[in-house]
Design a protein around this ligand. Sequence first.
Ligand SMILES: NC(=O)c1ccc[n+]([C@@H]2O[C@H](COP(=O)([O-])OP(=O)(O)OC[C@H]3O[C@@H](n4cnc5c(N)ncnc54)[C@H](OP(=O)(O)O)[C@@H]3O)[C@@H](O)[C@H]2O)c1
Length: 175
Amino acid sequence: MFSWFKNLCSHTKPEIIMIAAIQKDRGIGYHGDLIHTIKDDMKHFVDQTTGHTVIMGRKNWESIPAKYRPLKHRQNIIVSRDTNYRADGALVVTSIEDAIKKSDQKKIYIIGGGQMYNLGMAYADTLDLTIIDDTKPADVFFPDFVSMFSNVEKSEWMYDEQSHVRYQFQMWERR
Ligand SMILES: NC(=O)c1ccc[n+]([C@@H]2O[C@H](COP(=O)([O-])OP(=O)(O)OC[C@H]3O[C@@H](n4cnc5c(N)ncnc54)[C@H](OP(=O)(O)O)[C@@H]3O)[C@@H](O)[C@H]2O)c1
């Protein structure tokens, strides 16, 4: 490939990251809500995603309390099959491909839920995961990723005094 073309591609292709807090059994949600609320993990989520695009499924959008929507200082894109769906302060599209195309930022975070993570597996360069050392009941799961991604970074295990669980930040890159 011509180097100028290669450069053009690398400049235009956004970086796509899936960010999630997952239990050891990959559980991420229960009855439409999060399983755990870890303050330090919430801070990590805000720190990482601020200034970038966030793509989420319609159910995830609706699970966010109205006063926090749209997520501030981020371009919010919602994916729904319903062409009439409206989300105040957010862009609504009908496919994840369209969401990626419509991003006006170079860094895109896919922020869930389960259906969006499944769709995002084909596009993600990186996984930014908070692993939670717990297996509480879950009805939504993060997809199996270990055969497609390699662990490149992990923090020490930390302990959340409020929810009484251990957690660890891990970065995974596509093989
Ligand atoms: N632990 C974490 O890090 C984390 C992060 C985020 C969310 N969650 C949890 O995940 C759960 C929600 O996840 P979920 O899997 O139920 O829902 P979701 O992925 O948030 O949204 C699902 C919706 O996305 C739309 N959709 C899905 N596939 C589509 C496609 N191919 N084309 C167009 N639109 C499509 C549909 O919207 P329409 O029905 O409108 O067509 C579908 O109902 C909640 O429990 C939430 O708390 C956990």
